[in-house]
Ligand binder design. Sequence first.
Ligand code: F6R
Length: 234
Amino acid sequence: MKIITEKTATAASARAFAIVNELAQHDQLKVMGLATGSTPLGLYKLIRESDLDFSHSTSVNLDEYVGLQPTDPQSYHYFMQEHLFSAKPFKESFFPDGANPDAAAVTKEYDQVLAQHPIDLQVLGIGQNGHIGFNEPGTSFDSHTHRVALTESTIAANARFFDNPDQVPRYAYTMGIASIMAAKRIILLAFGEEKAAAIQQTVNGPVTPAVPASILQRHPDVTLVLDEEAASQL
Ligand code: F6R
């Protein structure tokens, strides 16, 4: 694993942008895997403000809540529209279809999408419990797209985006760990003290489903882009 540490989240986002920019300049971003959440917002802002053009690229998002329409302001589809696609449209953008409750159909379809669009660069955040995508502790490393019941800690962490915690969806569709590991390159961003323990376990701990991100130790091209707080236990 390559580890880049910057003093602030802003500086770290600039480093992540430099990686994206470099790949884009060399036409190596035909398919970009994207994450939602607060962590990539600085990166997305820099992309929005750049002159990069993704109109010939494809995006695939990690996950989507079950039960929300793409037009729902709390959906990840909407989030991406607002923070990236409105300014930088891709040729095609894929999400697991959160509006469809038929999990077998949705996950099969998304696995087909991923098979047809191998990811050149996957952007990841990390949960305080080491989750990547919505792959919570205990998820099999062999998993592909699947439906997950969100843990209480993830529901609590996500409640900040909703008016009240009862509105946080209880299920999501997510790419699996094997889907993420199939990406050619991965950058994982983590900012803030609350991510420090997860980063420590990801980098120095045993590779175990108890810390889903620890599997990244086995990926051939992973870069962690951290601020000093997230790196403070390394
Ligand atoms: C989002 C995702 C999640 C987040 C993680 C961190 O698409 O897959 O794994 O990356 O929960 O969230 P933030 O960035 O809000 O701390």
